[in-house]
Design a protein around this ligand. Structure first.
Ligand code: COA
Length: 277
């Protein structure tokens, strides 16, 4: 397969500073790498110092200036401090990737109130915190925010009531921010990744049904790569995307088109068959 990054100019983001939450692993690291390889200065944050340090080393091999800061997206002040550090080192951010997420597979009746709140706090509140903490810098650069959403936002998925509610909230938040912050030249969009190979998210979610069953349910017949998502984020955040705001960009090989029926069928076999009178 063509290395998509050879198709993007290595200077596409040479005037950009990108801040990526959850940037140490998975899709978010793939996005950070795409920006690093297209000239951006890259700042990543996450919860675990060791993972961040190793990701920063990885990103530096592409010649990028990289900063990493420990910050939990549930903590607005920690995010504000990480963004202030980024501004000091690299100038105000031009692009924010709100990617940090937490998830697990569980039927709604087995999720405690705290379990539900934990996912809402990380995904939805964390996304708001990120956008809010970055607002002043984004206003200065007429920058853009890309939220990492998920198919659960619009497609009901068994064992995912918590994540679906959180991601649907993110979709609405992105549209509202696009509406309100357009006057400052700030754009806000979401990307909906499909099943992306070699990510913790896919491992966790496909555990019950099996990853081969998931792969067969993708019309394009393959899992996505973190570069598939990174390239879309890099284009959306660049001048190439300068009239795109409030959009939901689905990058899933067609996975969501037929709904997640295979997951529902498997779930019906595993779980009690609904309410009996
Ligand atoms: N099923 C049901 N509830 C679960 C659960 C599961 N598999 N995993 C965690 N929870 C509940 C816990 O029981 C707890 O609720 P309780 O206090 O009522 O018992 C609540 O969620 C918080 O769990 P905790 O482990 O304390 O939270 P955390 O902040 O340390 O971790 C998670 C957050 C739960 C989302 C954890 O899975 C995580 O850190 N994930 C990050 C990585 C990730 O999810 N990657 C995939 C992204 S798609």
């Amino acid at each position: 397969m063509t290395d998509l990054l050879t198709l993007l100019s290595p200077t596409l983001h040479s005037d950009s500073t990108v801040f990526v939450t959850g940037g140490a692993t998975g899709i978010n690291l793939g996005i950070a790498e795409t920006f690093a390889r297209t000239g951006a200065k890259v700042s990543i944050c996450g919860r675990t110092e060791a993972k961040l340090a190793s990701a920063a080393e990885h990103l530096r091999q592409f010649g990028a200036d990289v900063l990493h800061t420990v910050a939990d997206v549930r903590d607005h002040d920690a995010l504000a401090a990480a963004l202030a550090r980024t501004c000091e080192a690299f100038g105000p951010v031009t692009t924010v990737i709100a990617g940090a997420a937490g998830n697990f597979n569980a039927p709604a009746e087995k999720i405690s109130a705290n379990g539900f709140r934990t996912v809402i706090d990380i995904d939805l509140l964390g996304s708001f915190n990120t956008a809010r903490a970055a607002f002043e810098q984004l206003q200065r650069t007429s920058g853009s925010i890309v939220f990492v959403s998920a198919g659960q936002a619009y497609c009901c998925t068994p064992n995912q009531a918590h994540a679906g509610a959180a991601k649907a909230g993110i979709e609405n938040l992105a549209k509202n921010l696009a509406l309100e912050w357009g006057r400052y030249g700030i754009r806000a969009n979401t990307i909906v990744p499909g099943p992306i190979a070699a990510t913790e998210g896919l491992d966790r979610l496909s555990a019950e049904v099996g990853s081969e069953e998931w792969r067969r349910a993708v019309p394009l017949g393959r899992f996505g790569t973190t570069t598939d998502i990174g390239v879309m984020a890099a284009v959306l955040a660049s001048p190439l995307g300068n009239y795109i705001t409030g959009s939901q960009v689905i990058v899933d090989g067609g996975f969501g088109l037929a709904g997640f029926g295979m997951l529902h069928r498997a779930w019906l076999e595993l779980e009690p068959q609904g309410v009996t009178s």
